[in-house]
Design a protein around this ligand. Sequence first.
Ligand SMILES: [Zn+2]
Length: 442
Amino acid sequence: MDRHPPAPQPAPTDEVVELCRDLLRIDTTNTGDNATSTGERVAAEYVADKLAEVGIAAEIHEAAPGRASLVARIPGTDPARGALLVHGHLDVVPADPAEWSVHPFSGELRDGYLWGRGAIDMKDFDAMALAVVRDWQRSGVRPPRDIVLAFTADEEAGSDYGAHFLVTEHPELFEGCTEAIGEVGGFSYTVNNDLRLYLIETAEKGIEWLRLQARGRPGHGSMVNDDNAVTALCEAVARLGRHRFPVVVTPTVRAFLEEVSELLGIELDLDDPEAAIAKLGPIANIIGATIRNTANPTRLDAGYKDNVIPGRATATIDCRTLPGNSELFLEQLRAVIGPDLEIEHIQRQPALETDFDGPLVDAMAAALRAEDPGARAVPYMLSGGTDAKAFNRLGIRCFGFAPLRLPPDLNFSGLFHGIDERVPVDGLQFGVRVLDRFLRNS
Ligand SMILES: [Zn+2]
């Protein structure tokens, strides 16, 4: 009998680079407009093919033509345990090739990095999850609990055509899921050679996008008008834009600041944490946004002719609120802008916060330490929002854990939606090893 040796299995640490590169080469730009967003269907089919190759069946669901998300379930050995959701979005924010050192959709390997829009947000994690489950399927490894994989559309424009659509229209896909991991967390912040903090996201600020409207008396631009809507709106918007809301230290931020200031030998005053935060270097701008509610004016709209005073003027304000602050924030905002402006919500998604404890958190910390003896897992709050907001609607406890070891000098937060977004290849390979360990033990 003729015996063929089995084909050598690709190592997941090699495969992750190929998978990430392939995904980066699929332009999945999300412009926020269905007519001009592109590529999510192609990316979802790519992922479905990669899963099908190793015998994992996946379903693609479209919220609108082309707005494709994909879900698959890998059965665990103990079906009595709740399932773990592993989610990553496939869309990316736009990138202008003229501003980049390489083409943003070239997936170029250069200087030890894989370059491209989505390299850290978040095709890196999509590729890690794919590499791990493909390796398991080939080697016959089964996870302890069911793993639900979700690769979503539209995260970069609020998730209405991605995670929120899946949760609203197909909640059965997530049946039994009790916990979830996704972005934005698990990345390292180097303190010194022997100590790296890995920031695990356990909280997210809430999103409140508001439209403020002032009404006044329309009229001719040449005449006296003491009830001008543009003037009233601008006064209120200027006050709001310069206002600093009071500092509130939530349990997550408190845990982060206490641990980090001790490790770094920074003096911490919890009534005035800004001095300590200023000493955190590259992560100061991440943490600084999580100690208060914020309100940033982003759009203005009024008038239609140079010599006509319009009867109304509107502004859009991007507000982000701390957990439990949604109602209080509106009172605070009203006090700043005064009683006359109308307030309308354009987008409202609540903040999230969960405890940094339990077996899943222990498994994250242990997997990190096994691959990096200098690893210390710490909780933190994300000032932005992610697909976790959608999955939390199902009662799923959500964490940001997309493990990535970064070189000490890399400005990681600056790469998010930034020019020359790139991921270190060794960091990506580290991530695969940590994710594999974590999922085997979760
Ligand atoms: Zn993202």
